[in-house]
Design a protein around this ligand. Structure first.
Ligand SMILES: NC(=O)c1ccc[n+]([C@@H]2O[C@H](COP(=O)([O-])OP(=O)(O)OC[C@H]3O[C@@H](n4cnc5c(N)ncnc54)[C@H](OP(=O)(O)O)[C@@H]3O)[C@@H](O)[C@H]2O)c1
Length: 296
């Protein structure tokens, strides 16, 4: 049987996601960590210490490696790829991937042009705190796209740490990532909007969250069990036009952004209702503050 050698991984961008994945793969003896590269020596060293292996690199091309993870912020990935290609840092056949949900793997085109195999794998997980993220990665869904050879080589790394991989069409990555942003980041924004409305009603923030948290948890359970259509209750589901109009105005009085959020989400919710409830887009779009045409 051929002897399986452990591939070397260079990490470019020693932030939250990069150090978390590198640590998981190092702990599992799946890779040998090569360079831990970034712009700031202190942060590269702190990532090396967190991972437990690797050589901090801040200047010049990193040493050769079989696998390259570019885990910089999204906006820097194209520049980093172009710089690495210009330095001829990668060899033909090396695998390079990023973990952005919004960008396609073809942002790595300059490296593909020098013979590297490119892919992207986006974990649907928040890596806000790496120490916590590494204890809860198991079971994380990961959206994958890119060259077959690259995906074939990195799939075992993700599988071994409990990833649940699925394919995503590169052409629709922005829609896919918009879904993740809506469900995760904008859920936070929605909770903030709800808390501000509660505070505007004179309920202190702690009490407001204690009251809202079970409501939110119960709603998620209902969606999980029965789907969004069955889980929708409230003024839009009932077709209570006056309540919707008055609440858009009440939220707008606090902050126009809160009123717009209420209105926009009511329009989305309208898609879940039966036409028999009589509510139309115009009923929602034309609150007294939002349109002169609304008849009060
Ligand atoms: N965090 C998450 O929850 C999460 C989840 C899924 C996917 N992702 C993806 O993972 C990638 C990294 O995100 P992150 O949240 O881990 O970002 P992050 O914590 O901000 O880390 C980015 C790292 O890149 C370094 N960096 C910035 N510009 C650089 C450059 N030009 N060259 C080399 N290093 C550079 C930064 O260090 P210096 O500023 O010190 O240089 C920092 O260590 C992104 O593509 C993101 O979309 C993140």
């Amino acid at each position: 049987m051929p002897i399986q050698t452990v591939p070397t991984l260079n990490l470019i961008g020693p932030g939250r996601l990069g150090r978390s994945l590198a640590r998981l793969w190092h702990d599992a003896d799946l890779v040998r960590i090569g360079a831990v590269a970034g712009r700031n020596a202190e942060r590269c060293t702190s990532a090396r210490d967190f991972i437990g292996a690797g050589s901090p690199v801040t200047v010049g091309p990193p040493p050769p490696a079989d696998l390259w993870l570019i885990a910089t912020p999204d906006d820097a990935i194209a520049d980093v790829a172009a710089r690495l290609a210009g330095q001829r840092a990668l060899r033909p056949g090396d695998i390079v991937f990023h973990c952005s949900g919004a960008l396609r793997s073809d942002v790595l085109a300059p490296l593909h042009a020098i013979g590297a195999r490119t892919a992207s794998v986006h974990p649907l997980k928040s890596f806000a705190t790496p120490a916590t993220a590494i204890t809860s990665f198991d079971g994380t869904f990961c959206a994958c796209e890119g060259e077959a050879e690259a995906l074939r080589r990195i799939a075992p790394l993700f599988d071994a740490i409990g990833a649940r991989r699925f394919g995503i069409d590169a052409e629709h990555k922005l829609r896919y990532h918009a879904a993740a942003v809506l469900a995760c980041n904008h859920l936070v924004a929605l909770m903030e909007a709800a808390l501000r409305c509660m505070e505007g009603a004179g309920v202190d923030r702690d009490t407001a969250w204690s009251a809202l948290q079970p409501l939110v948890a119960g709603t998620l359970t209902n969606i999980d069990r029965n789907g969004t259509r069955a889980a929708l209750t409230g003024p839009v589901a009932r077709g209570d036009k006056r309540t919707i109009r008055d609440e858009i105005d009440a939220a707008t009085d606090l902050d126009p952004d809160l009123g717009e959020a209420y209105r926009a989400l009511s329009l989305v919710a309208l898609n879940l209702t039966a036409p028999e409830n009589g509510l139309t887009r115009d009923d929602i779009s034309g609150s007294s503050k939002g349109s002169e045409s609304f008849d009060r």
